[in-house]
Design a protein around this ligand. Sequence first.
Ligand SMILES: [Zn+2]
Length: 476
Amino acid sequence: MALVLAGGVVANSDGVYRADVRIDGETIAGIGTCVVGKGDEVLDVSGKYLLPGGIDAHTHFDLPLSNGVRTADSFFTGTRAAIAGGTTCVIDYATQFKSESLREGLGNWHRLADGKCFCDYAFHMAITDWNESVSDELPEMISSGVTSFKMYMAYKGSLQVDDGVIYWALKRVMEVGGLLCVHCENGDVISALTEELSRRGCVGPEFHPVSRPPVTETEAVSRLTSIASLVGAPVYVVHVSAYSSMEKIIEAKARGARLFAETCPQYLYLDDSLYGGGWEAAKYVCSPPLRGSENHEGLWASLRSGFTDVVATDHCSFNFEGQKDGGHKDGMRGDFAKIPNGMPGVESRVLLMYKGVSEGRLSLPAMVRVISSNPAAIFGIYPRKGILIPGADADIVVLNPSGKTVISARTQFQNVDYTPFEGVEVPASIDAVYLRGVEVFRGGKFLEDAPAGRYVPRRASGLSVTDGGGVAGTRL
Ligand SMILES: [Zn+2]
């Protein structure tokens, strides 16, 4: 028996229109005004928006740090929070650590995630140890459904790779049809600034942003776009935080570069005044750090105008008590450089972007483009996901624009003792979430409290929705 969500307003990246959505099994069977078949169950969703499920293209669940600390959210708790917040698919960063093969790294992440995810999931592969045999492994990764890779220009001594490695990797990833994602911050300069601050005794969390000023990001973005133009390779810049970096991206796009930019809700809503609050500031230690509020307007404008392609979260949660502040006992408390980097966010992204819509900063189709359609298209799962059309997975968010949500650590599903967006009010609520045709969440509660998420192998794409999303000539 099929189910028809009737009377609602469908919001896709190309427009908003009143239509019924017929769900048969795991997929959408029809959208329009005459889609109800004999024997169909009809559910009235009038007054509600129906959005394609959110796709968070940047999460870190179950991530171990080199000092033995592990993120507060596992795949189980993190993907559960994702569903509650209207995200039906995450693309997490599997990581190849030093001396591992990519196959080992990917195997480690499958072991952590398989059977434990509430939403669908896919992996990027972060490469920290580039060599001939890793280069040879790339085709195998692509055929395993991992078509995007990541390198870090920051975190000297652990994750950072040099410019020569980025050059070779861009060449090779392009050759196999994949896409390289890059964390752009100048790790060498940050390391020097951190050492200099430490020598002067400036080690409180308020010095974290001082050690990574906007220019360290902007310079790295500029350097990356130069290297990519030399190679002619597409490249994806993760978590752009400063408008000066966006300007470099806009310039490169105007020159015709195949370049994609991602930002995160924390860079659109929060600012560096939060580093003034004593040890509470440790909650906001993430890299790149929060910037001055003068960046917000330009970052929103970049989203509106399509220069920023994706809003993801970089969800990487650590408890304030015992992890972020963890260090009374072992001395971590005295040094910002030892505070685990990252913040939670997977649960609040969709609603925070809707807040932007309600305040007139972004249209609803533009919101859908950056939270769902573009991440699906760029990372090779469009139009199976990222759009509500016949044949697509029935991943649907029923959003109530007459509802109200107050973001709070007390009510969140994220398994962490704070949220950076505490007390933020959104004039909407997520009434229900469907994952491949099954209603899994309604009215703040899970209907099926068992992980039903599946691994989603991805095709190569590297095309945004405006490029056509890789639709031409491809099957669902
Ligand atoms: Zn990240």
